[in-house]
Design a protein around this ligand. Structure first.
Ligand code: ADP
Ligand code: MG
Length: 321
């Protein structure tokens, strides 16, 4: 039997396990009431996942719950903010109990893991779409913006690139993964936002962005905002064994730099912060690889193993393109 709107909110979304003193009033009234710590800046972001655009029909609801929050927490990570609250606007064709159980489990377990309270939202019927707004806190003036990169700064990325892109390619039948498909699919379906890395880089990085549309495109945003360019060394890009073996067979670097859905961080660090970077590197809980340098000439250029600029790499996904 389908659940009525208020019953399903009460059953699945009204009980955030993470307790926070700064939530004066959570789900259940016309608004949530929040009491942010005095003097902190609020970082706010919204991301929407639409069936048929961001995920396919019949996608695992638990993974969708996880990912819909994860992509927002990734934006907070990229700003160096510590997440605090989220709201959820859920549009779905029917109120299916199994789907809601899976979805809310995926969403709330990631929320709990990072101390995020679900403070409210909206529930409507229609084609499946999930819109999440996440809030975080950051010390005044300390957030990592896109606009701070300067010529000579070094470019780093967290984790590995191209795993989600390769998982999608495999799922669509375009490639057969010999071994380790499960790990690749986890990277596509359950990205882990790099929150501790983002927070640790506050005061060290000059600019940062999360890689949602592919490194080329997202580093391009840093360059544009900072009025600089960038040179990337393809050979230095960190990749998993699965992606390495795919690259050997295909030579398709586009999957590494342009396929998107990585949810790693691209971080720019001034050379004079190198010692500080070294001192926190071991605490980052993920690999942190030097991949290039900020340059004066505009555009993002990829340098191949022969030292030449590699052209014809596809750029990131754009809606309405
Ligand atoms: P209103 O009509 O005043 O906008 P609603 O009836 O839509 O309020 O929602 C009732 C309460 O449930 C509100 O506190 C709202 O924030 C919360 N809520 C609605 N949908 C969700 C959801 N999917 N997840 C979490 N909270 C929700
Ligand atoms: Mg109201």
């Amino acid at each position: 039997m389908p659940l009525a709107e208020f019953d399903l909110i009460r059953e699945f979304f009204a009980h955030s396990a993470a307790g926070r003193d700064d939530v004066v009033l959570g789900v259940g009234d016309d608004c949530a009431l929040l009491q942010p710590a005095a003097g902190m800046e609020l970082a706010v972001t919204t991301d929407t996942l639409v069936e048929g655009v961001h995920f396919s029909n019949g996608a695992d609801p638990e993974a969708l719950g996880h990912k819909s929050l994860a992509v927002n927490l990734s934006d907070l990570a990229a700003m160096g903010a510590t997440p605090s609250w989220a709201s959820l606007a859920l549009t779905m064709p029917s109120s299916d109990r199994n789907w809601l159980e899976g979805f809310s489990r995926g969403f709330l377990s990631l929320a709990n893991k990072h101390g995020v309270v679900l403070i409210g939202g909206d529930t409507t019927s229609g084609p499946l779409a999930i819109s999440v707004t996440a809030h975080g806190l950051v010390k005044p003036g300390q957030a990592l913006r896109r606009s701070g990169a300067a010529v000579g700064d070094q470019i780093y990325v967290t984790g590995t690139l191209g795993d989600a892109g390769l998982a999608l390619l495999a799922r669509q039948g375009g490639y057969t993964v010999e071994s380790g498909l499960v790990q690749l699919e986890q990277r596509l379906d359950r990205p882990q936002p790099r929150l501790s890395a983002g927070a640790a880089l506050v005061g060290i990085a000059s600019a940062a962005i999360d890689i949602s549309d592919g490194l080329l495109s997202d580093l391009g945003h840093i360059c544009e905002a900072s009025a600089t360019g960038a040179r990337l060394s393809l050979e230095q890009l960190p990749t998993s064994v699965q992606v390495k073996s795919y690259l050997q067979q295909s030579g398709d670097w586009g999957t590494v730099v342009a396929a998107g859905d990585d949810y790693e961080l691209c971080v720019v660090v001034p050379r004079e912060k190198q010692a500080e970077l070294d001192s926190i590197k071991s605490s980052l809980e993920c690999d942190f690889s030097l991949v290039g340098e900020i340059v004066a000439e505009s555009g993002v250029n990829c340098i191949g193993s022969d030292g030449d600029v590699v052209t014809q790499l596809t750029s990131g996904y754009q809606h309405f393109d």
